[in-house]
Design a protein around this ligand. Structure first.
Ligand code: C5P
Length: 308
């Protein structure tokens, strides 16, 4: 192959429960993922040799264009594991908000794995790519799988959930991102101050999470919305007073919010297409400084658009 084009979707987390920190620095999670129809485009061109190169386009402010970029790391890991002599030039067009809790970097890594698997004709299965992706980041396996899923471990032990309906989301995004490790550390601190046991926090959430899983496969969208919880939210709000103020404003208006991942993106689930559009209009008035957009899910995970 000479050229491969892949689209890779961002995600929201309909629920996220956090357990104890593990020896590898990750936390055990019970996490729900939903792909949204906001896509980054990953193009890969064949190069004869040298390190994998990267060019960024679109809304890429704050994204590294060097070897620390997750897409470059993913492509280099694939090369190393499978002794690939050829190299690649990656071109990524960013649309997923950066550092927003929507897995933008992980989606790019997933897209790079899928694109380079085709470009270098490695013939790896989705599961093999997901296993390699887990070594790059906790969200990368889901970004390959897509749609709707629940994850255990650090979020990489996934099973798919059959979606019962489409979800019409309103997303509130902010210019300033949040650091994922900082949010997890803040939650550990808040729990330590309260003497709260993280093992128990995860175990206690299981029944509610099981109920959410069952409801997500039913047609009704109002009931699952009532069970959506993110245990990272209090930590994210503690770190970001502006985010706490935005959540309060939306809640006072009578809408239920859910933080995506470690934030700061906030999701609001509309009952249908029209009500989601109406909610987006209201929230734009409530928060004139934030960016409000619509997104629908579940969408496909990283997928091939073109290869030649
Ligand atoms: O895997 P990823 O690079 O996306 O994770 C970023 C950071 O978020 C990790 O280094 C860790 O500090 C935190 N994290 C965690 N537990 C998880 C996922 C992420 O503590 N399950």
């Amino acid at each position: 192959m000479r050229y491969v084009h892949v689209s890779a979707s961002g995600k929201i987390n309909p629920a996220l429960y956090v357990g104890p920190v593990r020896p590898d620095g990750y936390h055990d999670l019970d996490i729900f993922f939903e792909s949204l129809d906001i896509f980054d485009e990953i193009e890969a061109k064949i190069a004869r040799s040298g390190p994998v190169a990267l060019q960024l386009k679109g809304d890429a402010e704050g994204v590294p264009a060097d070897s620390t970029n997750l897409a470059v790391r993913a492509a280099e890991l694939l090369r190393e594991r499978y002794n690939v002599e050829q190299s690649a030039e990656l071109i990524i067009t960013k649309r997923i908000p950066v550092a927003g809790g929507m897995a933008g970097g992980s989606a790019n890594a997933a897209g790079a794995l899928l694109a380079c698997n085709e470009l270098w004709e490695l013939g790896l299965s989705q599961q093999e790519l997901m296993d390699i992706g887990a070594d790059i980041g906790a969200d990368v396996p889901f970004c390959l799988l897509g749609s709707l899923a629940r994850g255990a471990g650090k979020g990489e032990k996934l099973h798919s959930i059959q979606p019962g309906n489409m979800h019409f989301w309103v997303l509130v995004t902010f210019d300033d991102g949040l650091s994922t490790p900082a949010v997890f550390t803040k939650l550990d601190e808040l729990r330590a101050e309260r003497g709260e046991d993280s093992d128990q926090a995860l175990a206690k959430a299981k029944a509610r999470a099981d109920q959410l899983e069952a409801l997500l496969s039913e047609q009704d969208t109002a009931k699952p919305a009532q069970l959506m919880t993110n245990q990272l939210q209090e930590a994210a709000l503690a770190l970001r007073p502006d985010l706490a103020a935005a959540v309060e404003t939306i809640s006072e208006f009578g809408l239920v919010t859910i933080l995506s991942g470690s934030g700061p993106t906030i999701g609001i689930l509309g009952e249908d297409y029209d009500s989601a559009n109406a909610i987006a209009g209201h929230v734009r008035h409530l928060l004139p400084d934030a960016t409000v957009r619509r997104a629908n899910g579940p969408a496909a995970g990283a997928h091939l658009r073109h290869a030649e």
